[in-house]
Design a protein around this ligand. Sequence first.
Ligand code: SAM
Length: 336
Amino acid sequence: MTTPLLDTRNRALRDLRISVTDRCNFRCTYCMPKEIYGKDFQFLEREQLLSFGEIHRLVRIFRDHGVEKIRITGGEPLVRRKLERLIEMLAYYPDLDLTLTTNASLLKQKAQALKDAGLKRITVSLDSLDNDTFMKMNDVDFPVEKVLEGIEEADRVGLNPIKINMVVKRGVNDHSVVEMARFFKGSGHILRFIEFMDVGSTNGWQMRHVVPSRELAAMINAEMPIAPIDPNYVGEVAERWRYLDGSGEVGFISSVTQAFCKDCTRARLSAEGRLFTCLFATEGTDFRALIRSDASDEEISEAIARVWRVRGDRYSEIRTEETAKLRKVEMSYIGG
Ligand code: SAM
């Protein structure tokens, strides 16, 4: 084990989110709007993507720098062919907290293979239980029922506890918040509300679209009393609240109204191997060229250290309506 790698704000590198594809079969209006991601959009070609072997090699090197948690994401990770092979390769490290975020559209078919490959947990995105609202948001007419079937199957095969992420956008799905809480309360799954963020520069973000977590907590509390509880660990993204009747917990991810940059230990690797040190970054560092050269593991390791040691990102702490207009990298590319 090497000494922990620290950035300029004394934050260690602990988590790595890996995007395995920039493609998605949904066109969520707040993430991959159809006007931009239409049929003419140039997604990455297959040979531009990091291979599973390349990802595996990078993960091995990142582990030596102290990375303990890997989240596979995208785009939609389950549209990458044979993803379970990558899971199997990464599950080789038993101490690695390995998880995956998905829209669940293909989960019913894939859950068992993912579990067999060694995946332990899963996070599912679901923005409403109201079919009309959900279909309008995913913009490909994908029904709620199929997502729920995916969740059920994941639960059945043991990919739990399942986290359910709901992005809340004012005037779009905030009317679904209490219904979602009611539905997942007592289910053993953990529902988490995410404040709509100004990631990328194509989703038309404005502060008035954000429903602050405090407001969401008050809405839920009015019907189902909740109280805050301690985080599981320092730097946990979601603030945890428990139902006072003992029927589980909910989480709030308040990247806009209560920024958590000071404890952020996350790096992101795009599908084509660019390393980003912040979700709101404008630029990344190319590791694909390096890994496809004859660079040794030591050289790659040193390159990672160089990127992390100069990291000073704290975008969410200094966000304004003006910074929101910067040309930031898109979430579907960098990985959510
Ligand atoms: N396709 C997968 C999925 O749906 O979970 C993984 C990638 S997706 C980009 C990851 C998460 O980012 C989803 O929960 C999505 O709702 C969330 N997301 C996308 N754009 C967002 C935004 N502007 N603000 C907050 N969350 C966002």
